[in-house]
Design a protein around this ligand. Structure first.
Ligand code: UN1
Length: 495
């Protein structure tokens, strides 16, 4: 099959990068397959895209929000129709199994239907004035041009978390997809085009962080940068945005934990740990990478877990029989291998996994065995640092208070979970776990789009995506005072 070359999307046209350079998108399950060629763009392409977004700003913010939303509803409808091919392209470019890529597309569909509803809400407040014959209200205004920098682990869902609320609230946007998953964003952009989004409202520039992402951060006409990715890149972006005094929202790492108490339904807990630790090959910001288990049930739980982890079918995500796909690329594999060595050196006990997965059909991909470490102490690096691979560390605890302290002893605060039958303990944990998301008797993953998504501490900068919380990122409040008294009235001073 001929390898396709994809272009950038600027001002409603598909255009080649000014650099004249391309990069290849490789299937991580079969590295001899090139999924497509994409523009390796540079700062001049970013300039063109931002200029188009800037030019479209006035027209788009003056388009009534319900009309903007109508286009987005069409986007959702097209995604419903194309769900299967979107999922297949996604599995080819990033490896997660089809069940999960279908879920990723579904998350984008749900988010789009839900958030497009804001077109007829976008509620502000009306409040009384302290003065006679004066009317007060607040309304939401767009921020301007939004620069979106998106990751490869949720190639469609996360771009939708940014683009849909940005566009329904009247912003225009430039998106830079992760180098590992540009095809899913190209597919998304084609859907916006088909749905009738006017030129310039959404622009896409593919390429690397330093060559495309950074020029977006530095560009004076980008008013807001919305980023999901690593803590290290996030702090660079924060510093860049601070220097240029622009707004930013960051969604970064996690070191998410599942607590299993001695009264827990262990079968259910094991299901949750498997889904959390090995779903998406552990490459989610919400992945379960620590299990904090009550010492009374530690042996039983780890035995059950290891048995199931060993039995997981690793392989190409396009084959529906497989339960876990490959890692994203060779750097990811090297990083996971490094943490396996670190865990061993630190004295943790590896119960299964720890190496590349071998076997029929696995030689050409970045497949890795599901790995379980036990006898992990909370301060070990494997219990503190984000690994982003199929590795879970089991730490024992003597009671819930200690478990909560261990969970909270982390620079991140994205997601946490507790398995218990005791409603009192559950509520205590909900109060005390310092994370943006807490699950009771469910895994650390499985966020729904109508609720805020994000975390505390090093996971973000205080913002939340999805739900109605996303509006706080993508709009500016404007307070409006209408004085119909016919005279000069002074607040406070007239008191
Ligand atoms: C992420 O981990 O990067 O709850 C996003 C979940 C998904 C979203 C995760 N719905 O795991």
């Amino acid at each position: 099959m001929a390898i396709k070359t994809w272009k950038n999307y600027i001002d409603g046209k598909w255009v080649a990068a000014q650099t004249g350079e391309l990069f290849e998108n490789i299937n991580p399950a079969n590295t001899s397959e090139v999924v497509g060629r994409f523009q390796r763009s540079g700062p001049r392409d970013v300039q063109k895209a931002v200029a188009a977004a800037h030019k479209a700003k006035k027209m788009w913010r003056e388009t009534p929000a319900p009309k903007r939303a109508e286009i987005l509803y069409r986007v959702a409808e097209i995604m419903v129709r194309e769900k299967e091919s979107l999922a297949r392209d996604m599995t080819r470019e990033m490896g997660k199994i089809l069940a999960e890529t279908r879920g990723d597309v579904q998350e984008a569909i749900d988010l789009t239907y839900f958030t497009a509803g804001e077109g007829r809400r976008l509620a502000g407040e009306t409040v009384p004035s302290e003065l006679k014959n004066k009317f007060c209200m607040s309304v939401r205004m767009p921020v301007g041009v939004v620069g979106c920098i998106t990751p490869w682990n949720f190639p469609l869902a996360i771009p939708s978390w940014k683009l849909i609320p940005a566009l329904v609230t009247g912003n225009t946007a430039v998106i830079k997809p992760a180098e590992d998953t540009p095809l899913s964003v190209v597919n998304f952009v084609k859907i916006f085009e088909q749905a009738g989004l006017p030129p310039g409202v959404l622009n896409m520039v593919t390429g690397t962080g330093p060559e495309v992402g950074w020029p977006m951060v530095e560009h004076p006409q980008v008013d807001l940068v919305s980023f999901t990715g690593s803590y290290e890149t996030g702090s660079l972006i924060a510093a860049g945005c601070a220097t240029h005094m622009k707004q930013y929202s960051l969604e970064m790492g996690g070191k998410n934990a599942i607590i299993v108490m001695d009264d827990a339904n262990l079968d259910l807990a094991v299901e949750g740990i498997l889904f959390g630790a090995f779903g998406t090959t552990g490459q989610r910001c919400t992945a379960c990478s620590r299990v904090i288990v009550h010492r009374k049930v530690q042996k039983k739980l780890t035995d059950m877990l290891v048995k199931r982890a060993r039995a997981l079918k690793v392989g190409d995500g396009l084959n529906e029989k497989n339960e876990m796909g490959p890692l994203i690329n060779s750097e990811a594999q090297a990083k996971v291998e490094l943490y396996i060595r670190i865990g061993k050196t630190e004295g943790a006990k590896m119960l299964c996994g720890g190496a590349a997965a071998k076997g029929r059909g696995l030689s050409k991909g970045y497949f890795f065995q599901p790995t379980v470490f036990t006898d992990v102490s909370p301060k070990m690096r494997i219990a503190q640092e984000e690994i982003f691979g199929p590795v879970v560390s089991v730490v024992s605890c003597k009671n819930l208070e200690e478990a909560v302290d261990i969970v909270n002893d982390s620079k991140y605060g994205l997601s946490s979970a507790l398995y218990t039958q005791d409603v009192n303990r559950a509520f205590q944990a909900i109060r005390d776990l310092d994370t943006g998301i807490t699950y009771i008797n469910a895994s650390t993953i499985g966020a729904e789009i109508q609720l805020p998504f994000g975390g505390t501490k090093g996971t973000g900068n205080g913002h939340r995506e999805a739900g109605t919380a996303a509006l706080e990122i993508f709009t500016e409040w404007k307070s409006v005072y209408i004085d119909y008294s016919g005279k000069l009235q002074k607040a406070q001073i007239d008191h």
